[in-house]
Design a protein around this ligand. Structure first.
Ligand code: SF4
Length: 318
């Protein structure tokens, strides 16, 4: 139904307040990821086609923006985050062009599987912010986690991403979803990080499934998430977790425990950084101990160093 194409604004950790655009009917995608929160893909497709009229989407977005502004609500982005893969909409470029005309930044969250196509690259070049999915760089792992359309080839997709990254002038980010016993092997994580080091995203996000997935997937160990964070950090300029907390990484509430939880929900903190934080907050390690004891914070080791990270949603005490 046309009335549900534009929704929000809703809060987004990565994009502030965002107006969502659902430009693909449920659920058409080129992948059927085992962790997809939209359930199994109903129609596997790889050929973009017109799905809605660009003018209709722009008109709805314009009305929603007007209403939000009248209510004094901030809108930082209009984001294509549909019930499927947004680049399967052949009108995407035209839609982004029209939204650019409304004076708002445009973001697209895509799996990147069609970036080897010239038309798809051209459509996405118009966006201001982009998230590409990079869950695997190994063919077998990729087939297991993303369950792609049979005509797709991983090497072609990765080359398409690299080509696009060289042309794109907006902010390019990546998202890597870690699934236990599928792509959480440190060797695969290193290979992903090496690919990302060539792609050079402005930020690399590490995610874990936090909502009910399409198939039964086991949560990765916190130890692994921390290791992945350290491996990515060695090769990328900025790395963050995306684990379902809407906390502000830079919040400074004056409450040391709340601040520690906000920071460690996005970045693990090394022991020396925590010590410095405690000193600045004029408190001691009792603050940290209490958070660990009540199950909000977890202490981990990586290469002989201690790290502290927020306990992930749905994780129980050891
Ligand atoms: S690419 Fe996105 S929409 Fe498609 S199956 Fe994967 S998680 Fe779901």
């Amino acid at each position: 139904m046309a009335s549900s194409i534009v929704y929000g604004p809703v809060p987004s950790r990565r994009l502030g307040r965002s107006l969502g655009i659902n430009n693909v009917p449920p659920k058409i995608c080129s992948y059927s990821c085992i962790y997809c929160q939209l359930g199994k893909t109903l129609r596997m497709e790889v050929e973009p086609r017109p799905l809605y009229k660009a003018a209709k989407i722009a008109e709805q977005a314009k009305a929603k923006l007007k209403r939000a502004r009248e209510k004094g609500e901030r809108v930082d982005y209009v984001t294509f985050v549909p019930d499927g893969e947004p680049t399967l909409d052949a009108n995407l470029g035209e839609e982004i062009g029209m939204l650019n005309g409304l004076g708002v930044r445009v973001a697209v969250i895509t799996n990147g599987s069609l970036l080897w196509r010239e038309d798809v690259r051209q459509n996405l070049l118009k966006a201001d912010w982009l998230s590409l999915k990079v869950d695997a760089v190994n063919e077998e792992t990729w087939r297991r986690i993303n369950q792609p359309h049979t005509s797709l080839k991983l090497e072609t997709i990765l080359q398409g991403m690299l080509k696009f990254a060289q042309m794109f002038e907006g902010e390019l980010t990546t998202e890597t979803m870690l699934v236990r016993d599928v792509n959480d092997d440190l060797g695969e994580i290193k290979r992903i990080a090496e690919f990302l080091a060539v792609l050079k995203p402005a930020r690399g996000y590490i995610a874990i499934p936090t909502r009910p997935p399409a198939e039964q997937v086991e949560p990765v160990k916190e130890q692994t998430i921390n290791a992945a964070y350290q491996i990515f950090t060695e090769r990328l300029s900025r790395v963050e977790y995306l684990i379902g907390y809407e906390g502000n990484a830079f919040a400074c509430t004056g409450n040391a425990q709340e601040d520690l939880l906000s920071i460690t929900a996005v970045h693990p903190m090394r022991e020396d950084a925590v010590a410095e934080f405690l000193e600045n907050a004029r408190t001691d390690w009792g603050t940290v101990r209490e958070l660990i004891d009540n199950g909000n914070l977890v202490e981990l080791e990586y290469q002989g160093k201690k790290f502290y990270m927020r306990r992930l949603p749905g994780y129980s005490l050891p």
